[in-house]
Write a protein that binds this ligand. Structure first.
Ligand SMILES: *Cc1c(COP(=O)(O)O)cnc(C)c1O
Length: 384
């Protein structure tokens, strides 16, 4: 059977079916070398010179991720932030970019500070409204439209196909932060995206034990070469051991995401009827604003991330988070262990995040255990 006929879940589970030709090992090795032997005639026919550009340990993870996303090429980075910022650094000072108001907080801060000081003209829009994106793009001047869907921490949804259409008509590229959707649920390139970005720290690795990022592109063109060059020049490469761990984590991506989605969907429905909860934010609820668009561009589930707004405001939300026993009070998402976070506290002043909001990353524990733990915390906080 060729890889071509296999479903993404099969490709992921077997890391593209790699077997070492010499030892027959079914798991690739970690290449520790930082430098490579030059040929006697002064050439570098192996294609490898120095490990700040790349490392053979990356190959399997990059090839697998590219296949899962239906892309032409993938680049893994030292973090999600270094992958995301490379997309903006590949532009030139003076270029106009359209980005969401609701998005991953650290990247939003970088865009408002470093990127703006460096000379990018950064325009923040309500990206869940495609008419707002259309009104913001300036044909010729806009070089990149950036979206995140579902977007942290309220999970508002952007129509990828509509955003791609708007971007392309203006002569811009569309990049999608697909960290939360993962290729299991959404393949943005199939909807017209040019670049897919992941914080591989989250679902791709899935075990909360490394920091990594990735870009997948629809084409391995000049732009891709530039992204690769930025990674080599800034040295934002992933360590080889982390690259190996990332590949190992990706092998179980499909069952982990599938489990988390089913658990999150049930939990969202149950919490929607909970007397101490004001509102549940989850793309899988039919009452959710972005539900119809999510149905169109997410297949097999609506993700493992949801947020709950607690009756009684900020104090009640923090008091609830203080009383969980099974959930772990921590930032980050997409690991096998479930996390709960009072998101406004970590984002700080200026955040658009409601102060009564608890962000939930549903992991691989039993869904009923998770529900009951948060339920007891809500009740104890309410009675305190
Ligand atoms: C965590 C995260 C990032 C940043 O990734 P790091 O790996 O922490 O650098 C970007 N986007 C989203 C949606 C994230 O959750």
């Amino acid at each position: 059977m060729t890889n071509k006929n296999l479903a993404p879940a099969s490709l992921a589970a077997q890391a593209m079916g790699w077997v070492d030709p010499v030892t027959k090992a079914v798991v690739p090795p970690i290449h520790m070398a930082s430098t490579y032997l030059r040929d006697e005639d002064n050439g570098y026919r192996s294609g490898r010179i120095y490990a700040r550009a790349d490392n053979p340990t990356f190959d399997q993870a990059e090839a697998t991720l590219s296949a899962l996303e239906g892309g032409a090429g993938a680049l893994i980075f030292s973090s999600g932030m270094s992958a995301a910022t490379a997309c903006f650094l590949a532009l030139a000072p003076g270029d106009h970019v359209v980005v969401p108001k609701v998005m991953y907080w650290s990247l939003r801060n970088w865009l408002a500070t470093f990127a703006t000081q460096w000379g990018l003209k950064v325009e923040f829009v309500d990206a869940d409204r495609t008419d707002a994106i259309a009104a913001a793009v300036k044909p010729g001047a806009t070089k990149l439209v950036w979206i995140e869907t579902p977007a942290n921490p309220t999970w508002c949804v952007t129509d990828i196909a509509a955003a791609a259409d708007i971007a392309h008509k203006a002569g811009a590229l569309l990049a999608v932060d697909s960290t939360v959707a993962t290729p299991v649920l959404t393949r943005p390139i199939e909807h017209g995206a040019d670049i897919v970005m992941h914080s591989a720290t989250k679902y791709l690795n899935g075990h909360s034990d490394l920091i990594a990022g990735a870009l997948v592109t629809a084409r391995t063109d000049e732009h891709w070469t530039k992204l690769r060059m930025i990674r080599a020049q800034l040295g934002t490469i992933l360590g080889q051991t982390e690259a190996w761990l990332l590949m190992r984590g990706m092998r179980t991506l499909y069952p982990r995401v599938d489990w988390a989605c089913r658990s999150a969907q049930k939990m969202a429905e149950r919490f929607a009827a909970h007397p101490m909860i004001e509102e549940v934010l989850y793309p899988g609820l039919s009452s959710f604003t972005g539900h119809a668009v999510s149905k169109k561009q997410m297949a097999g589930g609506f993700g493992g991330m949801l947020s709950v707004r607690i009756k009684g405001g900020e104090r009640a939300a923090i008091a609830t988070a203080a009383r969980v026993e099974l959930w772990k009070r921590a930032t980050s998402l997409g690991g096998v262990e479930s996390l709960i976070e009072h998101r406004a506290s970590i984002e700080g002043p200026g955040t658009p995040c409601p102060t009564d909001l608890l962000r939930l990353s549903v992991g691989c524990e039993d869904g009923n255990d998770l529900y009951e733990d948060l339920d007891q915390a809500l009740k104890r906080a309410h009675n305190a």
